[in-house]
Design a protein around this ligand. Structure first.
Ligand SMILES: C[S@@+](CC[C@H](N)C(=O)[O-])C[C@H]1O[C@@H](n2cnc3c(N)ncnc32)[C@H](O)[C@@H]1O
Length: 225
């Protein structure tokens, strides 16, 4: 899988290559993570990328010609055709909500492009003519799309073959079909008694049927969407 991130802050993504599951995926799933700076390919003076909104109002808007130039520098042909061979996702608070199901969907793609915005966001023509999808991390406004992109990359990559030490971890974790979309039961480990805070006795009983029943009883409901 190849993931390309377009951003004004590519260096912020350096740490994203370090977590074990991403390093594993780079080897086992041939994951390639690339970052591109809109400024590097802007034809405007001093790497300008934004401009004042038509109609007035506060803030600046990321220009469509700047985003198009960035896509054309990386992919063959006109920018509007980049989305033909790959999923081009614009990150925006008004996109479809990111979820476990969306992560699974994106993880199945051979190529994923994340367009990270800043300021007031993108000129609407980026959404209409250059992107093929729009995703929101949640109903809140971030200063930029970088944290959203990192969350998406993290979540997508742990689904790639070989990313996790034990792939079975994915089968029955929170929001998975294995738990009917619900949240996973609580976990405990040693010591069995810490300051009088005792581990539920059933978990140390060795009775696997009782343990399964306890876990099922402590699985949370699926979130209302
Ligand atoms: C300050 S925000 C723009 C907010 C926009 N003016 C609005 O009111 O909806 C700048 C950039 O951060 C990113 N961003 C902010 N909140 C986000 C969210 N909930 N999900 C995904 N991206 C987000 C987007 O890329 C956006 O272009």
């Amino acid at each position: 899988m190849r993931i390309d991130i377009f951003t004004l802050f590519p260096e912020w993504f350096d740490w994203l290559r370090r977590p074990r599951h991403l390093a594993n995926a780079a080897v086992s799933a041939d994951l390639e993570l690339r970052c591109f700076n809109y400024r590097d390919t802007s034809s405007l003076p001093a790497g300008q990328v934004d401009d004042a909104p038509y109609g007035g109002g506060p803030g600046m808007v990321l220009r469509v010609d700047v985003v198009a130039a960035a896509l054309e520098a990386v992919y063959d042909g006109p920018a509007e055709r980049a989305r033909e061979g790959r999923r081009v996702v614009v990150l925006t608070p008004r996109g479809r909500p990111f979820s476990d199901a969306v992560a699974t969907e994106l993880a199945a793609l051979p190529e994923l492009v994340l367009l990270s915005g800043r300021y007031e966001g993108f000129d609407e023509r980026v959404h209409a003519h250059l992107a093929s999808d729009a995703v929101s991390l949640g109903p809140f406004v971030l200063a930029g799309g970088e944290v959203a992109a990192m969350a998406i990359v993290d979540s997508v990559c742990r689904r790639l073959p070989g990313a996790l030490g034990n792939a079975a971890s994915l089968d029955r974790e929170s929001f998975s079909p294995g738990l009917d979309g619900g949240t996973e039961h609580p976990h405990y480990t040693r010591p069995p008694d810490f300051r009088g805070w005792r581990v539920p006795e059933v978990l140390t009983s060795g009775d696997h049927g009782a343990i399964e029943a306890w876990r099922a009883a402590h699985t949370g409901p699926a979130p209302v969407t």
